[in-house]
Design a protein around this ligand. Structure first.
Ligand code: UDX
Length: 449
């Protein structure tokens, strides 16, 4: 089977590599010539575990092609995936220009029936716009005899485990009103639909909404927990105990209820805002989503507030060690990362940052360039040198069991601001370190011993 995928970002590239690994011939089309030539050499522009191996291996067996020539991809496959980016517009709604440009391209070159599958995260109604664009283009070509179908097939990949999520999906959403398209997509996904039927088929609009509803629900869980954490501090309770207590209820569950410094990344912030815009343009006031978004924006300032509170506003001239720059572990992605909000606040207050991240150092250099108030350190230990305190922003595994005694010797003040609650304040305090965490005041802690 031949498949064409437009867009070699996270979603397109991962899906392409996984389809190729399953034995399909996959053609990836991207307008970025430099990216395409790097991909041809097996060079991956993103850090994603397992991806480089898959791209290299399938590239050499010729199951995975990269090209800038859309007409090649359109001629080669009956199934055309659209997986290009949908960056936010100024008002937060998803910008569909790349998606619609691909739709136009497909209609400009197709010579026989094509199934167009929208994989990009797009607002409800986008498939209709894709259809309209294709009809218009075919008409202009004088080829409205050609047939096509537009379906929705959202992805649910998590950065850092995208290859595994794609290889073993927990669900495969197929949104189409056309029986022939459903049959073709069921056949395509058969290698990934083992053990039990993971395919949930529905109409196009419901499929489009499913993607947003899933991300908004997850973002809501996080903002809710962050709100409870902030309240726990006011009420002298320990959110980590509360988390265990509520997670035991299977209706709530233990997943995705970790309080922290707010969600970031390329999906949640963008999708929540896009959903808010979509609701507003439909004449509906999304009260819950507005609150989710506001709580998250506020939560990204919580660490700075704690730092400033402890040092009584005397931040100027101080240096802070910062562990973790990426928006979450196992990725180099710093889009909407809480670390960026914290660094901006520290710099604004006249402080310096000594930062370390296992994967995001290059990305940080790319974003900020050379600055006097930012030192990118070669190791987590180096970041601690001459720092007034340590701030943990991302819960990388390698940060979880530090040498507290060495840390105490190196830091100017034995203080950790733990934005992800990875340290037990009691254990750390036995080693002489004071830990400020999220949702725990520390006042209840002595009774734990
Ligand atoms: C997310 C969805 O999980 C995925 O299904 C969708 O396709 C794309 O968006 P991703 O952006 O890779 O994936 O990140 P995810 O692992 O879901 O984490 C998102 C953010 O939430 C991170 O900033 C993380 O630190 C934060 N988070 C997550 C919490 O603060 N608490 C939690 O309990 C879980």
């Amino acid at each position: 089977m031949n498949i064409t995928i437009f867009g070699t970002g996270y979603v397109g590239l991962v899906q392409a590599a996984v389809f190729a690994e399953a034995g399909y011939n996959v053609t990836c089309v991207d307008i970025d010539a430099e990216k395409v030539s790097r991909l041809k050499k097996g060079e991956i522009p993103i850090y994603e575990p397992g991806l480089e191996h898959l791209v290299k291996e399938n590239g050499t067996t010729e199951r995975l092609h990269f090209t800038t020539d859309a007409s090649v991809g359109i001629a080669r496959s009956s199934i055309q995936f659209i997986a290009v980016g949908t960056p936010p517009d100024e008002d937060g709604s998803a910008d569909l220009k790349h998606v619609l440009a691909v739709a136009k391209e497909i209609a400009s070159h197709m010579e026989e029936h094509r199934i167009v599958v929208v994989k990009s995260t797009v607002p409800v109604g986008t498939s209709d716009q894709v259809r309209a664009m294709m009809l218009r283009t075919l008409k202009e070509r004088g080829r409205d005899d050609l047939t096509f179908d537009v379906s929705s097939n959202p992805e649910f990949l998590k950065e850092g485990s995208a290859v595994a999520d794609c290889t073993k999906p927990d669900r495969i959403i197929i949104g189409t009103e056309c029986a022939e398209t459903e049959r073709a997509l069921r056949e395509l996904y058969a290698p990934f639909n083992r053990n039990h039927d993971k395919i949930i088929s529905m109409d196009v609009r419901s499929a489009e909404l499913t993607k947003y509803a899933a991300n908004c629900m997850l973002a809501t869980k996080i903002s809710f927990m962050n709100e409870m954490a902030n309240l726990a501090e006011k009420l002298d309770a320990d959110i980590e105990k509360v988390r265990l207590g509520i997670g035991a209820d299977p209706r709530i569950g233990y997943h995705f209820i970790y309080p922290g410094v707010g969600y970031g990344g390329s999906c949640f912030p963008k999708d929540v805002r896009a959903m808010i815009r979509l609701a507003q343009t439909s004449g509906y006031d999304p009260m819950v989503l507005n609150a989710v978004e506001q709580r998250n924006e506020q939560q990204k300032h919580v660490l700075f507030a704690k730092i400033s509170g402890h040092f009584e506003g005397d931040i100027e001239g101080k240096t802070f060690a910062l562990w973790g720059l990426s928006f979450k572990p196992n990725t180099n992605d710093m889009r909407e990362a809480p670390s960026r909000v914290l660094m901006a606040a520290l710099w604004q207050a006249g402080a310096k940052v000594r930062a370390y991240d296992p994967e995001a150092m290059d990305e940080c250099r790319r974003i900020y360039g050379d600055r006097e108030d930012l030192l990118l350190c070669a190791s987590k230990e180096e970041a601690l040198e001459e720092a007034d305190a340590l701030v943990v922003v991302t819960e990388w595994k390698s940060f979880r069991a530090p040498d507290f005694e060495a840390m105490k010797r190196v830091l100017r003040n034995p203080i950790i601001f733990d934005g992800r609650n990875i340290y037990d304040p009691v254990v750390a305090s036995r080693k002489g370190l004071l830990v400020f965490s999220i949702g725990r005041t520390g006042q209840l802690l002595p009774s734990l011993e």
